[in-house]
Structure formats: structure tokens, C-alpha cells
Design a protein around this ligand. Structure first.
Ligand code: ADP
Ligand code: ASP
Ligand code: MG
Length: 407
């Protein structure tokens, strides 16, 4: 029997009516003769609400307790989906991450999956049950609940597809697939029929929240081909895989905006060997994800280090840096969070020059100032003012003709 892993995101299970619709969809796939594992997220908004409540009782909640709380969101939906299936006469069983055998490391709020014991699910599937699994959560070696980072239900689905050797992995969401840009920001964005892991990974890690970036990394590592598609219709979605037919022909494949970044400036530190190492070691030890880094060497032997971190990490970064500042000869740290990161992505950039020039020219004409720049073989990212981010995304989309069909 073909084995399918499906994942339904927060909007797809947003209320009881939608949960019933999802249950009907699951029943019809099961009735077509498939073994089915279904990963579900919390109802849309629930995870954010829970975070807000945590912060209302404690300004900096313990990350262990935060995981304990956030796991509740997904636990609600697995039970409701299983019940809705029972109502349709389908034999279904719900599992939390721990019950589904998803083991993680001990890093609360962004744990990595270390192992999956797929045996219990395998047995259920062979017994004809539909298995509903809570996305976004696992258990660590101490038996504590962990979560896999925001958007982590995508990772649960892809990791289970790999562990269960599924024939298909489908990520159901509230848009028809992966677009050339966020269709809510760029109205003439186009849906892509296929996209390579590398491009999807760059888009995801640059702020396209349609897929969690770590889930794409996992898919690439274990070669899990997956489809992103809508839970509201039956249109074909976007296939994400290693090689796609257009590859080198297209220079820019998509545009992403990340509004959850903060810029940190460590100023007036002594310009001597070891200063940068100390700063970034302290940040790494505090599990802060650093992205773009720029160093300006000033006069009088002092330097400034500017870099970006996820907004949620900025205060942890500040705390981690305070003890280091004295060691490296004074200096101050400032946080600027009214920024956005705009990225253009495409594997075809490897063999084309002029992409940066085209982008920078368009922004210059619109009077948008570029604060930081970083480039890789297949991506150019810039930091700009938050208020101009959406406009800049539309402009980049236009200037690289991403609205034109033919790929
Ligand atoms: P889910 O709850 O199903 O996981 P998400 O909200 O995490 O859904 O992701 C889907 C959203 O991602 C879409 O509603 C869309 O606004 C946004 N998005 C951002 N960039 C893209 C893109 N390039 N293509 C499609 N959707 C995108
Ligand atoms: N509920 C979690 C979140 O909102 C996980 C997910 O939806 O994938 O981030
Ligand atoms: Mg998501």
C-alpha cells in the first residue's frame, strides 16, 4: 500500500469546520487505499497567544516551561482531528511528539531531532489505522517536552516521511504552493511548479515562512521529495526536490522578506586579534543565530561589529555580550529592530553577474537606503528600513521579471 505523510498547517485546522473538512480529505485519501500519517499544527494564532500569555506572567519565561506550554496547541488539534475522523467512521489514533517516538536534543524552543522510533506508527499503519501526530514537538533524553522552532510542524512531517520511508510527503497550507514571493505582499507573484532544495532553503531561511528552513535542510539531507499545496482546493502545488528542469536558465527565482530580524551594533571595541572571536563565541554559546556580519575599522584602533540576529534572540544576545565587553576592551551594544532583510535567490546567479547592480539601482531610484549587504553564490541579502520592505520586495520582483510566465 502506498504510504503518505500529510501535514496540515494552522489555518487549515483553524476552527472546527476546517477540522471537519480536513478529516473528510483524509478519509478520501485513506479510502483510495493509502497508509496515512497526518501531522497537524496548532490552530492558527494559538501558538502566538500562548507565547503572549507566558510573557504576561513572566517577562522572560523559562524555555523549558515555554515548550511545556506551546506543545498544548498541537495536542488540541491532534485529538480533534482524530475525533472528527471517528465521526466519519475512520479508525484513527492521535500521538504527541513523544508518543510518536520523536527524540530531540536538549535545546528548548529550537530542538533538533536526534532520532525517531517509527515502530509504533509502523504497526498502527499496518493495522489499518490513520495516525495523527502533533507537529512541532518531541522529547529529550531527560523526558522533557521540547519544541522544534517556529513552523516546526513542517520538520515533523518531513522527518516522519524519511523515517517511515513514505512514498509521498504533502505539506498542506493556505496558499497553492511556493510562489516567486509572498503572494500577500507581491500580488502578481507566480506559483512555481517546481523548486530545488537549495533555492527553497535560501527562500525559507530568508523569511519565506511557507516552509520552515530546517525542514528543507532535513529534506535535502535525506532526499525527501515533497509537495507544498493548498488544503482549500485540489490544484497541483509546488514540488520541492534536488534537481529541477529550468535550473540554470533562470537567474532570480524568488524574493523573500524577513521582518523578524534585529541589527546589533557592538561599537568601539579594540581592533585586535580575538575580539570578533570572543563576541561570536559568546553568541554561539547562547544559541543565538547570527546572520549578516560587517566589521568597520575606525580610527584610534577601535572597530564596530554589526550583525543581524532573529528578533526573538536579540535580548539573549545582549545578555550574552555584556560580560564579554569588558574582556575585549570596553565597547557598547545597541539593538535596532526597525529593519527588514530583503533577499533575492536563484541558482542561476552562480553564472550571472550584475544581479546586485540591478537590485541596488532599483532601490537607489526609489530612495531606499541599504544598511547591510551580504552575498552568497545563489543569494543577495540586504538590510533596509522596515517601513520600505514590502515596497522593495515588489520592486525587486518587478525588476527581475518574476511575474513573467515561461519557466
Ligand atoms: P501553515 O500554517 O500552513 O504552516 P504558514 O503561515 O506557516 O502556513 O505559511 C504559509 C504562508 O507563507 C502563506 O500564507 C504566505 O503568506 C507565506 N509566504 C511567504 N513567502 C511565500 C512564498 N514565497 N510562497 C508562498 N507563500 C509564502
Ligand atoms: N504551531 C507552531 C508555530 O506556530 C508550529 C507550526 O505551526 O508549524 O510555529
Ligand atoms: Mg508554517
Amino acid at each position: 500500500m502506498p504510504r503518505i505523510v500529510q501535514k496540515f498547517g494552522g489555518t487549515s485546522v483553524g476552527d472546527v469546520e476546517r477540522i471537519k473538512k480536513v478529516a473528510e480529505r483524509i478519509r478520501s485519501v485513506r479510502d483510495q487505499g493509502n497508509e496515512l500519517v497526518v501531522v497537524v499544527s496548532a490552530r492558527a494564532g494559538v501558538t502566538n497567544e500562548l507565547i503572549a500569555r507566558a510573557k504576561a506572567v513572566c517577562a522572560v519565561p523559562s524555555e523549558r516551561e515555554l515548550d511545556m506550554l506551546l506543545a498544548v496547541g498541537e495536542q488540541e488539534t491532534i485529538a480533534l482531528v482524530a475525533m472528527a475522523l471517528h465521526g466519519l467512521g475512520v479508525d484513527a489514533v492521535s500521538y504527541t511528539g513523544a508518543q510518536a517516538g520523536i527524540f530531540t536534543d536538549k535545546v528548548h524552543t529550537k530542538a533538533k531531532i536526534s532520532a525517531i522510533n517509527a515502530k509504533p506508527i509502523d504497526l498502527d499503519l499496518k493495522a489499518g489505522k490513520v495516525v495523527i501526530v502533533a507537529g512541532f514537538q518531541g522529547i529529550n533524553e531527560f523526558g522533557h517536552i521540547t519544541t522544534l522552532g517556529r513552523g516546526g510542524s513542517d520538520l515533523t512531517a518531513i522527518a516522519l516521511a524519511a523515517a517511515l520511508k513514505a512514498d509521498k510527503c504533502e505539506i498542506y497550507t493556505d496558499v497553492d504552493g511556493v510562489y516567486t514571493a509572498d503572494p500577500r505582499v507581491v500580488p502578481n507573484a507566480r506559483k512555481l511548479n517546481e523548486i530545488s532544495y537549495d533555492e527553497m532553503l535560501e527562500l525559507a531561511s530568508s523569511g519565506s515562512k511557507v516552509m520552515q528552513s530546517r525542514s528543507v535542510e532535513f529534506a535535502k539531507k535525506y532526499n525527501v521529495i515533497f509537495e507544498v499545496r493548498s488544503s482549500f482546493n485540489y490544484n497541483p502545488g509546488t514540488i520541492v526536490k534536488e534537481e529541477v528542469s529550468y535550473m540554470e536558465k533562470v537567474v532570480v527565482r524568488g524574493v523573500a522578506v524577513d521582518k523578524d530580524q534585529a541589527k546589533l551594533i557592538v561599537s568601539n571595541i579594540l581592533d585586535k586579534p580575538g575580539s570578533a572571536a570572543r563576541v561570536f563565541r559568546a553568541l554561539a554559546d547562547a544559541n543565538v543565530m547570527v546572520d549578516m556580519i560587517v566589521q568597520n575599522v575606525g580610527r584610534h584602533g577601535v572597530a564596530n561589529l554589526t550583525f543581524t540576529v532573529p528578533q526573538g534572540d536579540s535580548h539573549r544576545a545582549l545578555k550574552a555580550l555584556e560580560p564579554v565587553l569588558d574582556e575585549i576592551g570596553g565597547g557598547q551594544v545597541a539593538i535596532h529592530d526597525h529593519i527588514a532583510k530583503l533577499s533575492v535567490v536563484g541558482v542561476g546567479m552562480r553564472s550571472h553577474s550584475g544581479v546586485a547592480a540591478t537590485l541596488f539601482q532599483a532601490l537607489a531610484e526609489a530612495g531606499i537606503n541599504i544598511e547591510l549587504i551580504s552575498t552568497s553564490e545563489i543569494k543577495i541579502s540586504i538590510v533596509i528600513d522596515l517601513d520600505r520592505a514590502d515596497e522593495a520586495a515588489r520592486m525587486a520582483h518587478q525588476v527581475f521579471n518574476l511575474d513573467q510566465p515561461g519557466i
